[in-house]
Design a binder for this molecule. Structure first.
Ligand code: SF4
Ligand code: SF4
Length: 186
């Protein structure tokens, strides 16, 4: 039959010679290859003891930011949930009561705010959709777990602390997004 391409190869079932039959040279060749790799630089990283540096624009575990006065920025508008392609975000809105002005910046706030980290694809669209600069992705890795339920992160794991040392700094990542190194200089 005429081949359709010129890539066909004739296979010859030739008889093995003495050295091929005892397999020893082939075994020694294989061992030499293994031995060479002992002295090469290893590419594996012993995570979590060792951590490799991430790109400055790495998108990881989200944070819900507070304003300068320590009030939650999120107004439960739902735009992040609408923008999310993975439908990972859910929330329940509530009205701010009298006396809660120091807790929530807007008259409406998220009483419940949850992100399902197993659904999240860390695309960053929630961050882009937010009109209140309330949600950001950070360089933190979502920790592994054996229980699926533990991947539903509520406000306790998303809202940053009030104290200055508990604030999550997102400025460096934002700077890199806005002024990427690869941007064409005007
Ligand atoms: S990063 Fe993307 S997938 Fe994850 S919650 Fe935000 S919008 Fe949804
Ligand atoms: S995080 Fe932003 S977009 Fe999402 S509900 Fe809160 S204010 Fe709206």
């Amino acid at each position: 039959m005429q081949p359709l391409t010129n890539r066909s190869k004739l296979v010859v079932n030739k008889k093995m010679n003495f050295w091929e039959r005892i397999y020893l040279p082939a075994i020694l060749k294989g061992m030499w290859t293994t031995l060479k790799h002992f002295f090469r630089k290893k590419n594996t990283v012993n995570y979590p003891d060792e951590k490799r540096p991430f790109a400055p624009v790495w998108r990881g575990w989200h944070v819900l930011k507070r304003d300068e006065a320590g009030r939650e920025r999120c107004t439960a508008c739902g735009l992040c949930a609408v923008a999310c392609p993975a439908e990972a975000i859910t929330m329940t809105a509530a009205e701010r009561e009298k006396g809660e002005e120091g807790l929530y910046r807007e008259e409406k706030y998220a009483a419940v705010y949850e992100i399902n980290m197993l659904r999240c694809i860390f695309c960053g669209l929630c961050e882009e959709a937010c009109p209140k600069e309330a949600i950001f992705l950070t360089d933190r890795i979502v920790p592994s777990d054996y229980v699926r339920q533990n991947f539903i992160f509520g406000k306790n794991l998303l809202v940053e602390g009030v104290e200055p040392e508990k604030r999550i700094d997102v400025s460096m990542r934002q700077k890199h997004i806005q002024e990427p190194k690869w941007a064409v200089q005007q």
